[in-house]
Each structure stands twice: as structure tokens, then as C-alpha cells.
Design a protein around this ligand. Structure first.
Ligand code: ZN
Length: 235
């Protein structure tokens, strides 16, 4: 069954009026919709274009329920939520994702810091060298959004470009890399609809970082400073 047919069929069961759906080449995995009177049209990330039929059905349930503010029937969305985070889905899409990820630079050597060296150091200090090196990237985005992330299905670890500076102590970047590697090692817990990333165990291990308090203070300062800068008029 194709995308639109799946959405129409679920739409009928939810009395959603006229439903249409098409793929769109968003850089991230995201979907949008617009409602007009008795019709709703969805733009679905084209990363989903090779999804098996049952995943497409589950996605239609998940998004139509969201669009109409209804609770999704138990378990109906699970197949989609699992697939959307799986290597099964992301593996073949990696080249496309990388080509669209304009905010990411996959050259680990920055202007002040080398992510490769930092990864090796953190890996040997805290993980006994047991972590396989992910793809390392610098992310150009506001530190108030995030200072790093680990995207498990693509095995990409990114640190914010703001940390690539002599003005920021190296241990701050090490802490961000440590935090993101912990995500890779521990994974998320809980059911697909309520996944918990920062579990109690995660927070305990995070505190084992040797400069934990100082690094936390720096990260808070960085995120705040950038937020304040936004309000300053450009000269
Ligand atoms: Zn985290």
C-alpha cells in the first residue's frame, strides 16, 4: 500500500475528513501537516520512503492521532517509533543524511581542538578504550539549543563548534564527549513512547567525570551567554 492510501485508510477510521500525504526531502526526520477546513495534508520525511507497509500504517496512526489531538491506540505507533530509530532504516540513508546535514562538519580537526584526540582520551580514561570510534562531527548551531549529541542509528557524535575554542577549557569538550558516549553505551530505557535517556544510572556515571562540577558550570554559562547575545542588536 502506498503512503497516501495508508493515510487515507487510517483517516477514515478516525473520521479525519480528506487526507493527503506526500514525501518531502527534509534534512532531519521530521513530518509536518496543515489542516484546512475538512482536509489535512501531510508532508512526510522521505527517509521513510523504503519503510515496510506495517511501519507506514503505524506512522499514519501516530501522525493522524497527533494532528487531531487524539491519544494513539495502545501499541499502534510502536512499530513506527522503533523503525524511526533503527539502523535498519538509517543505515541505507546515511549518505543522504550526511549530504543534507549542512550544520555538521565531519572533519574532526577543528581550529583549536581535535575531536579525534579528545575521543581517544575520553575513551581510554573512562571506558578502558572499549568504545568503537563513531563518526565525529562539529555542529554549527546555537549552544543554547544543544552542546552535543549522539545519534545512535547513524553512529554520529557531534560537539558544538562553540567548544572548539582556546577560550573554553578542554575538559568542557571532554565532558560533552563523555556525556554523549555514555548515551551510546547505555542506550535509552523505557517503552517506545516514553523513552528515558538521562536515567539515574546515567546521572551517576556522568558524575564520575573528574571535573564534573566545573564542566557543568561552564556549560550552563555557555548556553546562557549565547541566549543573552541573541538580544543584542547587530552593529
Ligand atoms: Zn544527554
Amino acid at each position: 500500500m502506498d503512503l497516501e492510501a495508508a493515510f487515507r485508510q487510517v483517516g477514515k477510521q478516525l473520521s479525519a475528513g480528506r487526507v493527503s500525504a506526500e514525501y518531502h526531502p527534509y534534512a532531519e526526520l521530521k513530518h509536518t501537516w496543515s489542516r484546512r477546513q475538512s482536509s489535512v495534508s501531510f508532508r512526510i520525511s522521505d527517509y521513510m520512503d523504503s519503510a515496510p507497509g506495517d511501519v507506514t500504517d503505524a506512522m499514519a496512526w501516530y501522525l493522524l492521532c497527533k494532528a487531531f489531538g487524539k491519544a494513539c491506540p495502545d501499541g499502534m505507533a510502536d512499530r513506527y517509533l522503533g523503525y524511526a530509530r533503527s539502523r535498519e532504516m538509517w543505515g541505507p540513508k546515511k549518505p543522504v543524511y550526511v549530504s543534507r546535514a549542512r550544520s555538521l562538519s565531519f572533519r574532526p580537526v577543528g581550529s583549536a581542538r581535535d575531536l579525534g584526540t579528545v575521543f581517544d582520551y575520553v575513551n581510554s580514561c573512562y571506558f578502558g578504550g572499549s568504545v568503537r570510534r563513531p563518526d565525529l562531527a562539529w555542529a554549527r548551531e546555537s549552544p543554547s539549543v544543544r552542546l552535543g549529541f549522539y545519534f545512535e542509528p547513524l553512529d554520529i557524535l557531534a560537539a558544538n563548534r562553540a567548544l572548539d575554542s582556546e577560550k573554553v577549557p578542554r575538559y568542557v569538550l571532554e565532558f560533552v564527549v563523555y556525556h554523549e558516549l555514555l548515551h551510546g553505551v547505555l542506550g535509552a530505557k523505557g517503552p517506545p513512547t516514553r523513552r528515558v535517556h538521562h536515567t539515574k544510572e546515567f546521572r551517576e556515571l556522568e558524575r564520575r567525570f573528574s571535573m564534573y562540577e566545573d564542566a557543568e558550570a561552564w556549560l550552563t554559562k555557555l548556553a546562557r551567554k549565547r541566549r543573552a547575545e541573541k538580544g543584542v542588536p547587530q552593529v
